[in-house]
Design a protein around this ligand. Sequence first.
Ligand code: B3K
Ligand code: ZN
Length: 873
Amino acid sequence: PRTIYLSEYRVPAFLVDHVDLRFELFENGARVHSTLTVRRNPEYPGVAEHLELDGDSLKLESVSLDGIELGADRYQDQGDKLVVQAVPDKFGLNVVTWIEPQNNTRLEGLYKSSGMFCTQCEAEGFRCITFFPDRPDVMARFRTRVEADREKYPVLLSNGNDVDRGELADGRHFVTWEDPFPKPCYLFALVAGDLVLKQDTFTTCSGRDIDLRIYVEARNAAKCDHAMDSLKRSMRWDEEVYGREYDLDIFMIVAVDDFNMGAMENKGLNIFNSSCVLASPETAADTAFQRIEAIVAHEYFHNWSGNRVTCRDWFQLSLKEGFTVFRDAGFSADMGSPTVKRIEDATLMRTAQFAEDAGPMSHPVRPSSYMEISNFYTLTIYEKGAEVVRMIHTLLGPELFRKGSDLYFERHDGQAVTTDDFVKAMEDASGRDLGQFRLWYEQAGTPLLTVRDDFDSEAGIYRLTIEQAIPDSPGQTSKNPQHIPFALGLLGADGTDLPLRLFADENDAPSERVLELTAARHEFEFHGLSERPVPSLVRGFSAPVRVDYPWTREQLIFLMNHDGDGFNRWDAGQRLAVDVIQALIRGDEEGVDERLVEAYRSLLSDPSLDQALVAKMLQLPSEAYLVELADSADAQAIHGARTRVLDCLAQALRGELLECYRRNGDDGSYQLTPEAIAARSLRNTALSWLLHIGDREACGLAQTQFQDAGNMTDRMGALRALVNSCFVTEREAALNDFYQCWQDDPQVVEQWFSVQAASLQAGTLNHIRELLAHPAFDWKNPNKVRSVIGVFAGQNLAQFHQADGSGYIFLAEQVCRLDDSNPQIAARLVSPLTRWRKFAEPYGGKMKQALASVRDKEGLSKDVFEIVHKSLK
Ligand code: B3K
Ligand code: ZN
């Protein structure tokens, strides 16, 4: 496969002003009639004689230019390209193609999911529908006529407004849609199916009534309320916080079962993975409710950050994704607990994005090359991209940031632009120089900040030195220092924040500062201090960096109790737990430090603390995070040490846990407030810890909770605790019961698969093989594949990393199998193996072998090829 470089970017030779599409949908295929209004791009350097259109898996039926059918000598069908020779400056081009959606297992382009037709075009799926300049900087107005059997497909949808509909012969009908906004073809969408409609209205800030529609299969009709509420809240929030009003008269969401990712922001017609839109308290857990709210918002926000202003080329993907993730994070923070949201985002960054950034697929937020763009929908593009925007927000402050975003939307409305255009708008609106800051887009790798301090008690001066270093990454060495906002607080002995005086005579000094690091080494002095302070570093995770500072355990406990920054209180607890677990792994300590137990005891027994924060603080650092922190990870040792800490905490705090369980009992109502979510989280954490140590009484509590739960969070909490306990009969009974009860609901069955795939019981791999043979498992459905294979390989450290390599061989087999039908899913699934360098022997070597077996498969897709080859290099 060929590598594509950013440096090769050229403006398109031809522009398309208008696209007229007609889809004839049948059971054995679909005929696509496309008429393009084409003209030469005046900005194209040189003269292009031929028009080149992209295509993939198309059967070409005819080509006409200005109404005259062309003979085969006038064009070449090269499979991935249609070249039309010697075209005039302006012309109409009509192309008819035949495609087979019913056989499309890649789920890119037009395909079928549970009997309905649907599309996924981003990034390069439109070329699987018809020949077209499939690149985001070609923006056209689309008119789409969909024709299908009326009985089978009563609902026919596309982007924009429906402008015409009618009956056709043979029981067929059509609907015509027109989208007034020019858009790149990756935002095109079509749906045809037998769907029910949930409707609502939203009145915009300027008083326009928008028709909100969620289309789902009839059996899901009762599961749309949460998505609809989330949509209305997002629309209001975007008006209030960003001044962005919705622009069409209709906004549609369609739920489909077979979808490669979460959802897609097609103009006016968002298509969602069912699991990211459908929810009821009985069938979806709190995490699902929160995820749905965030994804509905994310896709909606794309209407401005992505659709009205789009990407010039796919190297600029983070322009829309990073910014939109930043926007949805702000929304979620405002809808719930900002501290908890920050903890969740930082956890994802530190656990998974840092790992990606230190691994073989490490790439900058704006990459400079790729083989398969689908592989670049990564944590770096999305989450690190959002952190980069967040740092701009921190450096500019909220008012100037808003000025910058207003300028960006105004200046680039209707255009396809670059991350640099975004930064430029921020600079122009604020007057700040973000020249060095741009390195965040260009350099890969996670900066490491080494922080050291000393206190001059005589002079009352506290000195902080901060050094930054950015590790080498594939294709990038000796990097330059980046511009890092470093939020700092200093705590006095009584636990309060001290004033941060940068000069001896500074009056009214603030108690928190954002220091701006720009050099490889900085030294800061804080004056007028009567005692050595305890530093609170990178408050709120003000930059996506690692911090090395020699905290003592006493200092960490002090910060856990007193830090004025909720995020850093949590962080101190994590660091303390990590320190204790690592000491056990190294064998430096025999038992679990009593101070950790006491710290957890205070968390559990003080109801005056913010319970949402406590619920997060009680979660021990994950195994994945411990792997990420290790130089050479011994998977079983990590699992063993973490388990020992859990055992010890649960044994020592049995009374407190039971009390916490009772105090946080279910009051029968299901609310999604931070308090209610925290209460459910606390009672289920208490339950799982108690079952972890085989507590009989807790087993009874879990069984009762499992039976009586009024919501899925509690039912699943009880099931998970039982599945990971030693109570064999009880756990088998609960699993069977659960399946009997929910077998007709695919999304609940997925949760049932996942809880088993994540099981800590020995022999889980054999059980996984049984699950793959279960009648409810479906190789063609990405959610099922993820819920079994993805969860096992990605979240079950101890069972996946078997010393004999059986987990790796298993994964390699499944990746090869999936690569033939759905390369995108195969490429995602292989990723745990790409971390082989991180693992100690015998793990690392055996992971590498498994990866090599994937590399040697015949007819490997471009998707998997790129990942496997880069990881073995
Ligand atoms: N933009 C889509 C992702 C498309 C992925 C294509 N492989 C969803 C989102 O980020 O909103
Ligand atoms: Zn997105």
